[in-house]
Ligand binder design. Structure first.
Ligand code: SF4
Length: 337
């Protein structure tokens, strides 16, 4: 039996591009995700937690609803092995699982971040549970705490095995298959992003005819970290063309969704409006605090200060300097060439 170091959490990426390897960079939200998982685990273990984030509270309530009546069978943070038909085994930890005496099995995974297609991971956990308890089918649930929503499906163990086998087989043969790399939304977190032939080739293919000159001499197997400054300048100019195109596509998607037209795989999500203080005078009177203290809580912009007609310069401070990329004016001689 071959043990493999792939984590089930990498399966959604590998399903999209079998060449994906994490660049190892952690997102600023990773710690928050870890903390939320710990709180959820404590709650499920019946421990008291002083401050429960809203997202975790939602997940905890939902989990109890899902396992309703079978709480005693619920197990948080369970290590699970998943084996392919050719005996390649991977290991992971599922947030919650449950198998009752009637042979009903369920795996639940909590996500603290954005909604994505996590089915490859969920199905792998489901298969691991089916293998461990000899189940015919498993219910899988993914909960998105921040968005207060979930997705759930029931899979036959036989189908789970077939899907897992196909993915593992593809992974083990990835070095033989030259076309295996597929650009996708995970490229930006991939170790190969700077020198991935498939990614550069895909970008070159969408280049508009009149912009193809910008890509002259830039090969699909170039390494972004090593190409010279002249080529990088042209590539940057080209990337702005693509970015404008992407903006247009985004605008069209938004317009259609707003008009209730279908755009496969996407929907509009409502964002709460920003709260602002509309009546600072009313707030001041109600607060009962001294004017000086109250004023310190307020902010005033230089443009508003200008309207006071007093010299306000000595009361200002400069923000931190930043940089931006600016196009250099070519001299006339260069332009002629
Ligand atoms: S950069 Fe290349 S290998 Fe990495 S995910 Fe994108 S296409 Fe796949």
């Amino acid at each position: 039996m071959a043990h493999h170091k792939i984590s089930p959490s990498a399966l959604p990426m590998l399903e999209k591009c079998i060449g994906f390897e994490s660049d190892g960079e952690t997102s600023p939200y990773a710690q928050q995700g870890t903390d939320e998982h710990k709180v959820l685990e404590s709650l499920l273990n019946g421990e008291k937690v002083e401050q429960v984030p809203d997202s975790v509270k939602y997940a905890h309530d939902l989990i109890l609803q899902f396992v309703g009546g079978f709480e005693e069978y619920l197990k948080p943070e369970v290590s699970i092995g998943i084996m392919s038909s050719t005996f390649t085994t991977i290991y992971g930890t599922v947030d919650v699982c449950m198998v009752n005496d009637d042979g009903d099995g369920m795996v639940i995974d909590y996500k603290s971040g954005q909604k994505r297609d996590y089915w490859a991971q969920l199905k792998a956990y489901g298969l691991g549970l089916a293998q461990a308890y000899d189940l015919n089918n498993v219910q899988t649930v993914v909960i998105y705490g921040r968005q207060h929503c979930y997705e759930s499906d029931i899979f036959e163990a036989e189908d789970l095995q077939k899907d897992f086998d196909a993915l593992i087989e593809k992974y083990l043969r990835k070095h033989e298959d030259k076309e295996a790399r597929t650009p996708c939304e995970y490229c930006k977190w991939c170790l190969h992003k700077s020198n991935c032939k498939a990614r550069t080739k895909a970008v070159k293919e969408v280049a508009p005819e009149d912009k193809k000159d910008l890509l002259k001499g830039i090969r699909a197997d170039m390494n972004l970290k090593k190409i010279d400054g002249e080529k990088l300048g042209r590539l940057y100019q080209f990337s702005k063309v693509i970015a404008d195109f992407a903006d247009d596509v985004k605008k069209e998607v938004k317009e259609r969704l707003e008009n209730e037209q279908k755009v496969t795989g996407y929907e509009l999500k409502k964002k709460a409006g920003k709260t602002s203080i509309s009546d600072p005078v009313g707030l001041f009177h109600k607060s009962g605090i001294e004017p000086e203290k109250f004023i310190k809580l307020c902010s005033i912009s230089p443009s508003k200060a200008k309207k006071l007609g007093v010299d306000y310069e000595e009361f200002t401070k400069k923000g931190k300097e930043s940089v931006e990329i600016k196009e250099v004016e070519k001299n006339p001689k260069e332009k002629e060439n």
